[in-house]
Write a protein of this length. Structure first.
Length: 201
């Protein structure tokens, strides 16, 4: 009975550490009413989310029921970001080595990843080929997930389409990095459980 209680305690601690490790992850859903100007959308996002550690260039916010084309439905209504310029640039001012977002596009989508020194680290040309907006021409569903994890800190990502500006939207942009202390505790806990289970055999 004591062994069972100790194992349950270790599992509970692991769960707490796992939550802590994920806590350093921010999600931007572009649904803040502050993005509207006198009730109108299609405003540059710019530094609106600077306090969250991210800025945008070549990206405007549009809302369902206002300027958003209904064939590009948001994942979390009502807002999304779209490429108002040939490149949507997303710059991070906080440590980031994980990025994710949901995209809807009418043509091939590419991504360039730069480190905090501005050096190009990865280039994913046409990582998504085709289209996934609501159309008879597209076989893929809208709001497909793309995610990236790196062993370096990401300074910025560039997203662009073969079709030029006004061709894709993104929603629920997530970014962050695990807390090293939490991951160390998580790993230590996992080793403790493995050792305990092994000793009981």
């Amino acid at each position: 009975m004591k062994n069972l209680l100790r194992t349950l305690l270790l599992v509970s601690l692991l769960a707490c550490f796992a939550v802590t490790a994920q806590a350093n992850f921010t999600v931007i859903n572009f649904d803040n009413p502050g993005l509207l100007n006198m009730g109108a959308d299609n405003q540059p996002i710019g530094v609106f989310y600077l306090a969250n550690g991210v800025t945008f260039s070549g990206a405007n916010g549009v809302w369902a029921g206002l300027s958003l084309d209904p064939t590009f439905p948001p994942l979390s209504p009502p807002g999304v970001a779209y490429d108002a310029a040939s490149i949507m640039q997303i710059d991070f001012s906080v440590p980031v080595n994980r990025v994710s977002y949901y995209f809807t596009t009418n043509d091939n989508l590419s991504m360039a990843v730069f480190d905090t020194n501005g050096h190009l680290q990865n280039l994913f040309v046409d990582f998504f080929v085709g289209c996934n907006f609501l159309s008879d021409f597209c076989s893929a569903p809208p709001n497909m997930l793309d995610s990236l994890s790196t062993n370096y800190f990401i300074g910025s990502i560039w997203l662009y389409s073969d079709d030029g500006p006004n061709s894709f939207t993104i929603d629920n942009l997530g970014f962050g990095t695990p807390e090293p202390a939490s991951l160390l505790l998580f790993g230590s806990g996992a080793l403790a459980i493995a050792s305990r289970l092994r000793s009981r055999r």
